[in-house]
Design a protein around this ligand. Structure first.
Ligand code: IVH
Length: 673
């Protein structure tokens, strides 16, 4: 190898080490030593070097966390030993009974236990080979799970590789398995649901469901965007516990750089364990993630083995489950709220009730199906449950002597409770919606979306300004932004001449943004950034899009009946057509370049490997996609062509082994027309 190439390789390795160390400090220890900006700079340097030398990219490079490789499906994988669940107890008596049994079966008087939080996520196995993360496998049915490695790589608290010295220090062999809990912290959960709500997507009921939904995403870019966290609690070698005490396992995992929950305790009696349980019952609301109980585990591995298993759970561990924080109260009324996409959400108005230290006055009833499932009527007594920070929900109707049934049946209103427009329920869908783009309830959120970065990019038009503009009636729809006089801005709180002029300039600049941004900005349900782009390319103008029929819309890449109907419905409302007319008059860019995606490569899947001589990977990818083909990251039986450049590595070998056609860039150019 030439000296220069060795230099680059050294530089890349040193950058990777630095980044790994900072990831560890930030994501595992929560103790960052450098700013986000400095971190991003290091990452960018590494990305640039790797882009220049793609042959040096390794799967454990920190740049490979955000895979972005659309997957075809998940492969089933057998576990090295069954992934068990836990038996539950719900009160102190049951817990003491479990303890007696452990004493009885083991014939011992004194037993050490480790108490841990019972994290409310999903269990996940990580297989390390030679100190490198080889596979991440879901629990599945306990004996066979699914390979979700690409998604697991995006989880920052999962180490992609561990230096041999570190493993040695921790006393861990190079090939091993870690098991632990994957979860979504509450802050991220709330943020994600808020975003989903604004996009008109269904909400996840709790962080656990959100975690499961996220790790099973086919596109790992989606997983990467949703920041999951992973806590380790088991270490296996050939399917068996490796250390002689569970407490040692946890310490060793920690020493090797895994994230192990700090809120754990080695105790010498059940009294101490009980104190731990009570302590965390009171403190659970202070945690940034949800727990649903405490796990008590026998510390000594030899004793664990003696005790063995019953069915699906070990005899050496028990879960103490906290009661769902619930209360019974009267449902006084059901009101309807309207969100940005016009979704009508029925909300239960409750007689105030204290649940887990918080007074609850209302709870979501989600949709009409949920109301029917619960069979709830106004005037009923209901059981209301509250998770960590999650919106309280009506769990069931209480029906006994003290709690007589209510009589008033709730009906979804036929018109929007805010603007009076007729409400629509699309066939096959759960939700009712108001389709009037000018509905004031939707206004604030719509304007915020329109002005945001990545849409019309009107810097400075955030929460504070939009609230004032809409509350004062200065902006009644997105078109009003473009006729906003400077004097109106000057009349607002904290606006001086300069700041007002800045906003005016920003608004003016936004007119230059391309057609796809405006389409995206309209906030049509199901029309995200990518769909907006396809629509703009296909129709080439807003006018053509407005006129398109449901059938014509479905000619567009990735647009099926559901999206097509939503678009046609939007443009069928006169107020929406008028709005677009005003945007046109204001001078926004409502035409673009019409670009037919070719069909030459439709249905064909490509993998790129090695360094191409005449274009970058992005250019090659674009060429393939423009011709209707698809580019994936790894070679499988489903790959049609592998495009190989100089220094192609293992992907080329794999292609040959699978008998997949290997082509050069000249041939690619011909194929793509
Ligand atoms: S130990 C054989 N420890 O609870 C040991 N599990 O209800 C089984 N869980 O499937 C796992 N926190 O997903 C263990 N500190 C903890 C846990 C924990 C949460 C989950 C895990 C398991 C489920 C069983």
């Amino acid at each position: 190898m030439a000296a220069a190439a060795r230099e680059v390789e050294k530089k890349i390795e040193s950058l990777r080490d630095k980044i790994r160390q900072h990831e560890y400090l930030y994501y595992v220890l929560d103790q960052p030593e450098i700013s986000d900006l400095e971190f991003d700079k290091l990452m960018q340097q590494l990305k640039d070097l790797e882009a220049q030398h793609p042959e040096l990219i390794t799967p454990d490079s920190p740049t490979q966390r955000v895979g972005g490789k659309p997957r075809e499906g998940f492969v089933k994988v057998s576990h090295s030993s069954p992934m068990l669940s836990l038996d539950n107890t719900y009160n102190e008596d049951e817990l003491r009974a479990w303890e007696s049994r452990v004493h009885e079966l083991s014939g011992r008087a004194a037993i050490d236990y480790v108490c841990e939080l019972k994290l409310d996520g999903m269990s996940l196995a990580l297989i390390y080979e030679g100190g490198k993360l080889a596979r991440g496998i879901t629990r599945g049915d306990g004996s066979v799970g699914e390979d979700v490695t690409l998604n697991v790589r995006t989880v920052r608290s999962v180490p992609l590789s561990i230096p041999p010295e570190k493993l040695k220090q921790a006393g861990i062999p190079a090939d091993f398995e870690v098991r632990g809990e994957l979860l979504m912290p509450l802050a991220g959960f709330k943020k994600m649901n808020a975003e989903r709500e604004s996009e008109g997507l269904s909400l996840f009921a709790n962080p656990r469901n959100a975690t499961a939904g996220t790790v099973r995403q086919l596109d790992s870019r989606v997983t990467a965007g949703r920041r999951l966290d992973y806590f380790s609690y088991m270490l296996l070698k050939n399917g068996r516990t490796y250390f002689d005490r569970h407490s040692k396992t946890l310490d060793a995992l920690e020493a090797a750089g895994f994230k192990v929950n700090q809120n754990r305790k080695l105790v010498h009696s059940m009294d101490e364990a009980w104190a731990f349980i009570r302590e965390w019952e009171a403190k659970r609301d202070s945690l940034p993630y949800e727990i649903d109980g405490i796990v008590v585990k026998v510390d000594r591995t030899s004793l664990q083995e003696e005790l063995g298993f019953t069915g699906k759970a070990p005899r050496w561990a028990i879960a103490y489950k906290y009661a769902a924080r619930a209360g019974i109260t009267k449902l006084e009324d059901i009101r309807v709220q309207v969100g940005r996409t016009g979704k009508l959400t029925p909300v239960a108005m409750l007689a105030p009730v204290l649940i887990g230290g918080t007074t609850v006055r209302n709870a979501s009833l989600h949709n009409m199906d949920e109301i029917e499932r619960l069979g709830v009527k106004i005037g009923d007594w209901v059981q209301v449950e509250r998770g960590g920070d999650v919106i309280p929900k009506v769990a069931k109707v209480v029906d006994d002597k003290e709690h007589p049934r209510g009589h008033k049946t709730f009906h979804m209103p036929e018109t929007c409770p805010v603007c009076g427009t007729k409400v629509v329920r699309t066939e096959g869908e759960v939700d009712y919606r108001c389709v009037n783009a000018n509905c004031p309830a939707k206004l604030r959120e719509t304007i915020l979306h329109f002005a945001s970065r990545g849409v019309m990019n009107i810097d400075g038009m955030g929460d504070a300004l939009v609230s004032q503009l809409t509350e004062k009636g200065l902006v009644k729809n997105v078109a009003d932004i473009y006729s906003l006089p400077k004097k109106d801005l000057l009349g607002l709180e904290r606006f001086a001449d300069k700041s007002a002029q800045n906003i005016i300039d920003e608004i003016e600049n936004s007119k230059k943004l391309p057609l796809e941004r405006v389409i995206y900005g309209l906030g049509i349900r199901f029309v995200g950034e990518r769909t907006a782009q396809f629509l703009a390319e296909h129709f080439g103008s807003m006018e053509a899009l407005e006129k398109a029929s449901v059938e014509e819309l479905q000619d567009v890449n990735e647009v099926g009946p559901r999206i097509a109907e939503s678009i046609a419905e939007f443009f069928s409302v006169p107020a929406n057509r008028k709005l677009v007319g005003r945007l046109r008059e204001a001078g926004l860019t409502l035409t673009g370049e019409k670009k037919e995606r070719g069909t030459m490569l439709a249905g064909k899947t490509f993998v790129l490997t090695g360094t191409l001589a005449h274009f970058t990977r992005d250019e090659a990818k674009k060429m393939i996609e423009d011709a209707g083909g698809k580019v994936t990251g790894s070679v499988s039986k489903k790959t049609d062509y592998v495009v190989a450049g100089a220094d192609a590595g293992s992907k080329l070998d794999k292609a040959k082994a699978l008998g997949i056609e290997v082509i050069g860039e000249e041939e690619l150019r011909k194929l793509a027309g």
